[in-house]
Ligand binder design. Structure first.
Ligand code: 6PG
Length: 299
């Protein structure tokens, strides 16, 4: 089918390519002008207007722009160009409450809005993406050919999970789980690395666990590659960023009265990783000295 792809960065560019290679006609536009003009499979245009004009009705336009304000500003410019019956998909890591709001806004204009949680990262081009779609069934049916091509296989790795917001809600929880799993691997390997008397080959242990072990997973495969390439993790600062999904998961857990200690602590560990001159730790040391006369390490 014909589809417009807005945003041709790491995710959008690869998704556009996977679709083009899967036999779809993809018209790409990148607001940041990082268009992959070099990829011969992609037809790129210079404006949203040109993108809309290049598509037959009902139009399908997939947004892969950074979450937050860029999605709203793209919608501001895109909606007046669309017609009732057209479909907009937000495939980025948007907050699900924003997606509920955007769906209502599109509905007022007669345009369908689908929120699609997209997992797979840079590997999605070859492996396919895991896609969680929220919105109206009618719009999902229109997008089915595209979803079947983006997914690892037409009949699996994607699904209509619920009403507007449900796609990004499930992706948010997916990422919360991702935080917890990553943290558990990181801690386990740190314990083994500290056991200097055994001089364990951590890449070897990871390789063993990849086969038959209860904790085998794609994240473990990535850990194995990382440890094989760089066993001491030299050149990597112990600083872990986040893009918001873990925070939203923790906030949602609290709102719903769900105890989610592992996800919460893995988020806090990321925050902790960014403190290399902790005021809180200095105060702790000062208090301990205050009440117990314990020594402090001069800094
Ligand atoms: O499933 C995925 O493909 C990932 O979860 C991806 O969507 C993720 O958002 C970023 O790679 C990093 O997220 P953080 O910056 O929050 O770690």
């Amino acid at each position: 089918m014909d589809i417009g792809m807005v945003g041709l960065g790491r995710m959008g560019g690869n998704m556009a390519l996977r679709l083009a290679r899967g036999g779809h006609r993809v018209v790409g536009y990148d607001p940041g002008a990082t268009a992959r003009g070099a990829a011969p499979e992609l037809e790129t245009v210079e404006s949203l207007q040109a993108l809309v004009e290049a598509l037959p009705a009902p139009r399908a336009v997939w947004l892969m722009v950074p979450a937050g304000a860029p999605v709203d500003s793209t919608l501001d410019r895109l909606l007046p160009l669309l017609q009732p019956g057209d479909v907009v998909v937000d495939g980025g890591n948007s907050n699900y409450r924003d997606s509920e709001r955007r769906a209502a806004r599109c509905r007022d204009a007669g345009v369908h809005f689908l929120d699609c949680g997209t997992s797979g990262g840079v590997w999605g081009l070859q492996e396919g993406y895991s896609l969680m779609v929220g919105g109206e069934a009618e719009a999902v049916a229109l997008l089915r050919p595209v979803l079947e091509t983006l997914a690892p296989a037409p009949d699996r790795g994607w699904g209509h999970v619920g009403p507007s917001g449900a796609g990004h809600f499930t992706k948010m929880v997916h990422n919360g789980i991702e935080y917890g799993m990553m943290q558990a691997y990181a801690e386990g390997f740190a314990i083994m690395q500290r056991k200097e008397s055994m001089a364990l080959d951590l890449a070897q242990v990871a390789r063993i666990w990849q086969h038959g072990s209860v904790v085998r997973s794609w994240l473990l495969d990535l850990a194995t590659d990382a440890l094989e390439r760089n066993p001491t993790l030299e050149g990597i600062a112990p600083y872990v960023s986040d893009s918001g999904e873990g925070r939203w998961t923790v906030a949602e857990a609290i709102d719903l009265d769900v105890s989610a200690p592992v996800i919460t602590l893995s988020l806090l560990e990321r925050l902790r990783s960014r403190e290399n001159d902790s005021y809180a730790d200095k105060l702790l040391a000062a208090l301990r000295q205050g009440f117990g006369g314990h020594g402090i390490r001069p800094g």
